[in-house]
Design a protein around this ligand. Structure first.
Ligand code: PLP
Length: 334
């Protein structure tokens, strides 16, 4: 690392560590988006990654960088979302014990899913803060290593391998559109793209309901934002007031971070389903949503990253069937 930034060398190293352990996902051109936008638009189909999101890349790279004794003790995290799933799976594959801490309010299906992926579950208290305290205790008293979801050099380098694949598949890429929450994905992808394709623009997209990274960029430092429900639930949460890496990387490496309404996110999911035959979650739909809304007006070729597919299928159905008169005209059973 140089100046606290993850470099191309770190990402190249991650790529070797990930070989054979994660799927090398395809990038495909979208005929319908290319026609609508008027320039070639490609989709990086990372929602087809094992565990259903790119988070497996960062988690796998973080595990590969543990020392022998650290592996012996195990890893811990408090995420019940895509990071928790990825860490559970990656740790199981490496024969490393993973403990995922969660509150008693987490729905049973999420608990079951993470257990199925091979993790030990620790149910503690009634809030995410209680769960996080248990993580801290396991680190302090039992020697576990915490693997954070985004603000960690090995995690960022793992997510950055996506950027290398994008440039391999679309060498003439001029714009990359990437979802942003804590910024691990966008930091890694931007570090890779800036290094091998410096002319390309990188546009981050968040939801307008509690976009912690956008608010922090505006404030010039990490700030707290209120959390709201959103279709893009994987984009919720803060960036950490003590953010060490992703805030500065996003600030220095991205060209812009734009915000979408819930309706624009829904339009992205509906387009993915109706036109591309892809089932994606809200967080993964912000790239397509931004292009359809004309908010990411950009030089082509454009690559939009579809980051995950872990969506409740009843919710997905409500969204893609929502509008039977307009563009979202999917014949859905009543
Ligand atoms: C975590 C996640 C994101 C956001 O990634 P960050 O590294 O936190 O910015 C986007 N999409 C999906 C599906 C995710 O799971």
């Amino acid at each position: 690392m140089t100046d606290g930034f993850v470099t191309l060398a770190d990402i190249d190293k991650a790529r070797h560590a990930l070989a054979g352990k994660v799927v090398r996902t395809p990038t495909v051109q979208s005929a319908s988006l290319s026609k609508t936008i008027g320039t070639p638009v490609h989709l990086k189909l990372e929602h087809r990654q094992i565990t259903g999101s790119f988070k497996l890349r960062g988690a796998t790279n973080a595990l590969s960088n543990l020392t022998g004794p650290e592996k012996q003790q195990g890893v811990v995290a408090a995420s019940t979302g895509n990071h928790g799933r990825a860490l559970a799976f990656a740790a199981h594959l490496e024969g490393v014990r993973a403990v995922i801490c969660m509150s008693s309010l987490v729905p049973q299906n999420k608990v079951d899913e993470i257990r199925r992926l091979g993790a030990d579950i620790r149910i503690i208290g009634k809030s995410q803060d209680d769960a996080q305290e248990e993580v801290a205790r396991l680190v302090r008293e039992d020697g576990f290593t915490m693997v954070p979801p985004f603000d960690n050099a090995n995690v960022i380098a793992g997510q950055g391998t996506l950027g290398l694949e994008i440039v391999e598949d679309v060498p003439e890429v001029e714009t990359v559109v990437v979802p942003v929450s804590g910024g691990g994905l966008a930091s890694g992808v931007a570090a890779a793209i800036r290094a091998v394709r410096p002319s390309a623009r990188i546009i981050g997209v968040s939801m307008d309901r509690g976009a912690a990274m956008r608010a922090s960029l505006d404030a010039g430092k990490p700030v707290l934002v209120e959390e709201y429900e959103s279709l893009a639930d994987s984009l919720g949460g803060g960036i950490g007031l003590d953010n060490r890496l992703t805030f500065a990387m996003i600030r220095d490496l991205l060209d812009d971070v734009i915000l979408l309404t819930e309706e624009e996110i829904a339009a992205g999911m509906a387009h993915a389903y109706a036109q591309e035959r892809e089932i994606i979650e809200g967080a993964a739909a912000v790239g397509i949503g931004a292009l359809l809304a004309g908010k990411a007006s950009a030089r082509g070729p454009i690559v939009a990253i579809l980051s995950g597919r872990n969506v409740d299928m009843n919710q997905h159905r409500r969204i893609v069937c929502a509008d039977a008169t307009g563009e979202r005209a999917i014949p859905c059973p009543a």
